[in-house]
Ligand binder design. Sequence first.
Ligand SMILES: Cc1cc2nc3c(=O)[nH]c(=O)nc-3n(C[C@H](O)[C@H](O)[C@H](O)COP(=O)(O)O)c2cc1C
Ligand SMILES: O=C(O)C(=O)c1ccccc1
Length: 387
Amino acid sequence: MSGLADFQNSIYLQGLGDVLPALPTDLTRLEGLAERALSARAFGYVAGSAGSEATARANRAAFDRWRIVPRMLRDVAERDLSVTVLGTPMPSPVLLGPIGVQSIFHPDGELAVARAAAAEGLTMVLSTASSFGIEEVAEANGDGPRWYQLYWPKDRELAVSFLERAKAAGYTALVVTLDTFTLAWRPRDLDQAYLPFLRGIGVANYFSDPVFQKAVGGPVTEANRDMALLHWVANFGNPSLTWDDLLFLREHWDGPIALKGIQHPDDARQAVDAGMDAVIVSNHGGRQVDGAVASLDALPGVVDAVRDQATVLFDSGIRTGADIVKALALGARAVLVARPYAYGLALGGQTGVQHVLRCLQAELELTMALSGVKRPDELKPEILVRA
Ligand SMILES: Cc1cc2nc3c(=O)[nH]c(=O)nc-3n(C[C@H](O)[C@H](O)[C@H](O)COP(=O)(O)O)c2cc1C
Ligand SMILES: O=C(O)C(=O)c1ccccc1
C-alpha cells in the first residue's frame, strides 16, 4: 500500500463515522454537477468545445477503444508513481494543465488551485489568461512546483516581460501554447455572446504589466479601460508566428520549454530540431479544431517521431486513472488534466480541486497495481489491446 491509495482507505474509514465524500469519486460525474452549480455562461465556457464538439467526443472515444490487459503475480507490493519531468520532481505523472479565467468558476480561482496543487505536491501550469496575476498566484502556490504557460502576444516586448515576471516569480518551465492564437468557432459561447475577456476577466497579467501599461498610456483605470481591452484583443494572439520564431523564446527563457498543441509527427520533429525540451500532445480538449484527430490517437506517432530526443506529455480527454494508464502506456511521460479540476474548483474551491487530484492519483495507482505495474516507466503499449 502506498500513500496515494491511502485515500481509498481513508474514505472507507470515514464512512464508519457516517461521513461520505463531499463530491463523487467517479470524476465523470462532476460535469453534470458543475452544470447545476455554475451560471449558464461559465458552464458553457468550460464544458464547451469547438463546432459540433466532434473532437471532444473523439478524445473520449479514443480512450474507450484501448483496453488494459492486467497481469498477475508480479509483486506489486512496493509502488512508486514518482517521476521527474523537465527537472521538476512529481509524486505522480499528473499536472494541472493551464486553464484561463478561473474566477468565473470560483471567486478564489487560480489562488485556490495554486494552494490545492501545492498541498498535493503536484505541478500547476499557470495560464497567461489567468484571473489573478503571475506573482499573486506564485505567492499562493508557495513552495509548490509551478510552470508558466505563454500565450505569445504580438508585442515581443510584452512577451519578454511575461517571461521575466514568470522567471522572477519562481515558475521553472515554460509551456508555449501554439493551437490558440485565436479562439475557434465555439457555439456555446457564441450563442450566449459570452467572452470573459471583454468583461475584463482573464486579463490580469496584461493590465498589471509595465510594458502593456506603457502601450495604453499608464495604469489601467476607468478612463483607459476600453482602450486597454481593445489593445488586449489586438495583441492576444499572433497568427504569423513560424518555427524560426522559437529562437527568440530560447534567447529569453533559460529553463526548459514545452510546445503545447502538437498532433503531427513532423511538427514534433521540428520541435526537436528547434531545440525544444518537450512537446505536449494536445488538441486543447477539442476546443479548437472541430473534426480533428483524437489527441490519444495522435500520441503514438509523436512518440515515435521524438524517440528520446524530447519529453512527450499528453492532454485532452483524461477523466480517470485508467485514462492516465493508457496515455502513459502509449508513450507519454506525464499527463495534464484540465476540465476535471475546473469542475472540482466550481464545486468545492480548493478542497474540490484536492478531491479531484486525490481521486485521480489513487485510481491511477490502484489501476496500475491491479494490472501488475509498480512504476510509470513499466507501462508499455503491450499492456493494451484494441477493443
Ligand atoms: C475553460 C478552459 C480554459 C483553458 N484555458 C487554457 C489556457 O489559458 N491556456 C492553455 O494552454 N490551454 C487552455 N485550455 C486547454 C487545457 O489546458 C487543455 O489542453 C484541455 O482542456 C485538455 O483537455 P481536458 O479538458 O479534456 O482535460 C483551457 C481549457 C479549458 C476547458
Ligand atoms: O478558452 C480556452 O480554451 C483558452 O485556451 C483561452 C484562450 C484565450 C484566453 C483564455 C483561455
